[in-house]
Structures are given as structure tokens and as C-alpha cells.
Design a protein around this ligand. Structure first.
Ligand code: HEM
Length: 145
């Protein structure tokens, strides 16, 4: 459940230490204290933005969709005066749904090949072996005459 408690920027500014680190991204007030150690970009960059609106910095890095979805996990509220967009904005960015569709389409296409391939695999060696033995039979028979 995403928190919608309203905070002013001066309230956010009070949380700018390593033990209590908040920042704002896209109007979301985020408590990233527990995320500092896990942030793939390092804790330093987060601490530099502590207590501030880091929207521009976050966008400048070109964070992935999974990074954008992670924002919800750390949200403790929203910034006062921000016209808050629907949470679905973040979830729409998820890559999970298209991946599932691509997978099922691939499975359907792939399903036809083995039946056809099995027939070819069965008959081609049979025809080759048959031709070989016919040839041997005919050539051996003619040399004996
Ligand atoms: C709660 C907020 C944030 C989350 C959840 C987050 C998440 C992530 C994730 C998952 C990555 C790995 C790459 C990717 O998937 O895009 C990443 C990389 C990075 N992040 Fe963040 N980030 C946050 C805030 C910030 C802020 C505010 C800054 C800068 C001021 C920043 C700077 C970076 C940098 C420099 C990298 C490394 C990029 C690279 O190696 O190419 N991040 N972050």
C-alpha cells in the first residue's frame, strides 16, 4: 500500500543523515535509509540528494523501469502542492506483461516444428538406407552374373 501522507519540503529536509535519509522523486517522498547500502549506484549519490528533491538527478541517470517501480517500495508520502499522478503511471512502465505475451507467442510458433521435424527425421534416414541397400543388392547381383 503506497503512503499518501503529505509532507512539506522543509519537513523532508530534516531527514538528511545516513541513519535517516529521505528524498523526493516525482513528488513522492521516499525514505531510502534502508536502501542506502543496496543502491546499485552507491550510497554516496543518495546521501548527496538527502533531504532534497532529486527528481532531476534520478532522471539524468536514466534509471530502468525496475528502478522506477522500486520507488513505490520506499514511498512514505507525497510532497505538498504536487498534483499527484496515479500510481499506475509507475506500474505501466513494468516490462513483465509484454514479456509474458512474447513468450506465449514464441511457444505457439515453436510447437509446430517438432511434429514436422519428427516426420522428416524418421523418413529421410529410411529412404537413404533403402536406397543404399537397393543399390547394394542390384550391384552385387549384377557383378555375380
Ligand atoms: C529511491 C530512489 C532510487 C532507486 C530505487 C534507485 C535504483 C537504482 C537501480 C535499481 C539502479 C541499477 C540500474 C538501473 O536499474 O537503473 C541504480 C543505479 C544508479 N543510480 Fe539509482 N536509484 C535511486 C535514486 C538515485 C538517485 C537520487 C541518484 C542520483 C542522485 C541515483 C544514481 C544512480 C547511479 C549513479 C546509478 C549507477 C548507474 C550506472 O552504473 O550506470 N539513484 N539506481
Amino acid at each position: 500500500m503506497v503512503e499518501h501522507t503529505v509532507f512539506t519540503l522543509s519537513q523532508v529536509t530534516q531527514h538528511k543523515s545516513k541513519k535517516d535519509c529521505w528524498l523526493v522523486i516525482d513528488g513522492r517522498v521516499l525514505n531510502v535509509t534502508k536502501f542506502l547500502e543496496d543502491h546499485p549506484g552507491g550510497e554516496e549519490v543518495l546521501l548527496e540528494s538527502a533531504g532534497k528533491d532529486a527528481t532531476q538527478e534520478f532522471k539524468d541517470i536514466g534509471h530502468s523501469n525496475s528502478a522506477k517501480n522500486l520507488l513505490l517500495k520506499h514511498q512514505v508520502g507525497v510532497l505538498q502542492g504536487y498534483t499527484f499522478k496515479n500510481d499506475a503511471d509507475v506500474q505501466v512502465a513494468s516490462t513483465e506483461e509484454p514479456t509474458k505475451k512474447e513468450m506465449s507467442a514464441f511457444v505457439i510458433k515453436d510447437d509446430r516444428m517438432p511434429k514436422y521435424a519428427a516426420l522428416v527425421e524418421f523418413f529421410v534416414p529410411l529412404v537413404v538406407a533403402g536406397s543404399y541397400f537397393s543399390y547394394r543388392y542390384l550391384t552385387t547381383g549384377s557383378s555375380m552374373v
